[in-house]
Write a protein that binds this ligand. Structure first.
Ligand SMILES: NC(=O)c1ccc[n+]([C@@H]2O[C@H](COP(=O)([O-])OP(=O)(O)OC[C@H]3O[C@@H](n4cnc5c(N)ncnc54)[C@H](OP(=O)(O)O)[C@@H]3O)[C@@H](O)[C@H]2O)c1
Length: 299
């Protein structure tokens, strides 16, 4: 099968298309899919660049990819409720390939393309997790810092659907997009605190997706307990909760599929590339300018 792999850490150019990658097999509790589309996440370029390698040399070929949508072609031992030929989306590994194994999945929502569904798992699961930690009540004010990106859009969608008043930080160019999502946009950068103050003095919870401006977010939130970050590990030193995963992801994806079917969550595809253009997709991801998910189309 085809796959995008790399054998040394480096820039996007280390990503190489190979035609003879080994097909994975669905183990117990897993399914294998024919990948129709896979999403590119910031985690992928962090791994590819060696940022997560702690100085260790790479000794084997790596195929990236955390999430995908496609059609089930193999069902692992002990798996029930899903059959060969079912269209699903979910979380797995090595999804930049013709075939990939998923460890958690849900039915692809009707009316959603494979490209749209490919980016739903990470954004949806993360959104459910962080909003669960904040546990806000309808009518309360949620600030999402970095609202226009892939995960940001998932969080604001669920926040709006839950009846929260949602403020989102983004570049000016994305303010109309946020308004369309029911979000009050605010520019990040210098002066962010006073711009938020202009809208409200009553922010009950903040999700930091951008990983920047923690001092300003603390000033807005009033207390570190009102902030959850998914992108600033060091903020734990200030008493801010960092969320990096956990919980029952299978249950979370089932819920994400239900919410998507009800029209309560969708993440815009910022740009779709062919699988063979993975390097270009990584360049866009690293620019941190994509307003939505970056997707690789596989079949
Ligand atoms: N811990 C977890 O569980 C978890 C899960 C998923 C993702 N993450 C992490 O969360 C981060 C975001 O992921 P993502 O997929 O949403 O990324 P993404 O789609 O690449 O984010 C791009 C967005 O970031 C915004 N942005 C860039 N610089 C910013 C800044 N200085 N302040 C505010 N916003 C800024 C941009 O907004 P504008 O274009 O409007 O400027 C753009 O819309 C990444 O670091 C990722 O690794 C963590």
């Amino acid at each position: 099968m085809r796959a995008i792999q790399f054998t040394q850490y480096g820039g996007p150019e280390v990503l190489t298309l190979v035609a003879d990658a080994l097909e994975p097999t669905a183990g117990p509790g897993q399914v294998r899919i024919r990948v129709h589309a896979t999403a590119v996440n910031p985690f992928d370029y962090k791994v590819r660049s060696g940022m997560m390698a702690a100085g260790e040399e790479l000794t084997h070929a790596v195929v990236l990819g955390l999430e995908a949508a496609g059609v089930v072609d193999q069902v692992g031992e002990g798996v029930t409720g899903v059959s060969v030929e079912d269209a699903v989306f979910g979380l797995g590994s090595a999804t930049y390939a013709d075939n990939a194994v998923l460890r958690a999945w849900a039915p692809k929502p009707e009316g959603m393309s494979f490209a749209e569904a490919a980016g739903l798992a990470v954004a949806g699961e993360t959104a459910l997790r962080v909003l669960g930690l904040l546990a806000l009540e309808p009518g309360q004010v949620l600030l999402v810092h970095g609202a226009a990106g892939g995960v940001g859009q998932g969080i604001v969608a669920l926040g709006v659907a839950a009846g929260l008043r949602v403020i989102g930080t983004a570049s000016e160019v994305n303010h109309d997009l946020l308004r369309e999502l029911g979000v009050e946009p605010v520019a990040y950068g210098e002066g962010m605190v006073s711009r938020v103050d202009h809208l409200t003095h009553d922010v009950s919870g903040i999700v930091d997706v951008a990983g920047t401006q923690m001092a300003e977010l603390l000033a807005i939130a009033g207390a570190p307990a009102n902030i959850v970050t998914i992108a600033n590990y060091a903020a734990r030193d200030a008493g801010v909760r960092f969320s990096g995963g956990g919980g029952n992801v299978q249950r979370a994806l089932t819920r994400v599929a239900e919410l998507a079917a009800e029209g309560k969550i969708a993440v815009r595809v910022a740009q779709a590339f062919d699988l063979t253009e993975a390097a270009a997709a990584h360049r866009l991801s690293e620019s941190r300018r994509a307003s939505g998910k970056i997707v690789l189309t596989v079949t």
